[in-house]
Design a protein around this ligand. Structure first.
Ligand code: PAF
Length: 284
């Protein structure tokens, strides 16, 4: 009979985290920050982390400060047992799972307010609280774990840009590594929020990736940018989505693109179907 994978150690307090990390002080550490509800995309981050570092720490913390009051903090999927089993199978070394009180103790009063890509007029326009919450918790995760590498999925592309800039600006001493988006066979980007989709919504959801790919091909074939974007936006709205944005931006800064910009560029989309808001992007 095959042996059950060893359950990784779980630290829930800063003292326990430090003890676990200091027990083996030598060798590099990679952090995979997550909010749990792990899927194959997260597990790819773990595998990529293992290629870079001796030890892999996975944080699981549903961060209340990146959700607005009307958003899905309360209903965000929490799948602790399945997450631990998946991380055991991947041989992750340590799980950092602070409680909200450990992360934000009574009297906590500091917030990082990122600029630059965080004010690009994409996610920030529709979720103005979001990047302040993300930057603050990620800065805390970095100072708590002190990793050499931190792995972030490209699916949350603006988040990846914001965190990369923050690590550089604040000399946090961590290399932020972007990992390509993992997709279902029909192109839908893996996301914990895909679990919210009703079957009929799931069936149309791949239109997001299809429209990004079609738009990129149209641009390559010489179509004018406004026409290519209009075609993509129309396809998404025809499928029943409420579109927040479908935009071509500079890949590094997320600044708007002018006619003379050569690249690298990124095409990004956010749209809601029913109660579920999805985001995706590709390079152009
Ligand atoms: O991408 C996520 O899951 C979250 O935004 C992160 C980076 C773990 C911060 O809470």
């Amino acid at each position: 009979m095959a042996a059950r994978p060893r359950t990784p150690k779980v630290a829930r307090t800063i003292v326990a985290l430090r003890k676990a990390l200091d027990a083996r002080p030598l060798g590099s550490v990679a952090l995979v920050p997550t909010m749990g509800a792990l899927h194959a995309g997260h597990l790819t981050l773990v595998r990529q982390a293992q290629k870079r570092a001796r030890r892999v720490v996975v944080s699981i913390f549903v961060n209340p400060t990146q959700f607005a009051p009307h958003e899905d903090f309360g209903s965000y999927p929490r799948t602790w047992n399945a997450d631990i089993a998946a991380l055991a199978a991947e041989k992750a070394d340590l799980i950092w799972a602070p409680t909200p009180e450990v992360m934000y103790p009574q009297g906590f009063a500091t917030r990082i307010e990122p600029d630059g890509a965080a004010k690009a007029g994409l996610e920030d326009k529709f979720r103005p609280h979001f990047f302040g919450g993300v930057a603050t918790v990620v800065a805390k995760l970095f100072t708590q774990v002190r990793p050499d590498f931190a792995m972030f999925g490209e699916k949350d592309y603006q988040q990846l840009c914001v965190v990369t800039q923050m690590a550089r600006d604040l000399d946090l001493g961590v290399k932020v590594v972007g990992v390509p988006t993992v997709r279902e066979k029909d192109g839908l980007a893996l996301s914990s929020r895909n679990a919210y989709l009703a079957p009929i919504e799931r069936a149309v959801a791949p239109v997001l990736h299809r429209s990004l790919a079609t738009c990129a091909a149209d641009l390559k074939n010489g179509m004018e940018l406004p026409d290519a974007l209009a075609r993509g936006r129309a396809a998404i709205e025809r499928a029943g989505f409420k579109l927040d944005y479908f935009e071509l931006r500079q890949a590094k800064t997320l600044a708007p693109v002018s006619a003379h910009d050569k690249g690298p560029l990124r095409l990004l989309v956010a749209a809601a179907i029913g109660k579920t808001r999805l985001i995706d992007n590709i390079s152009v």
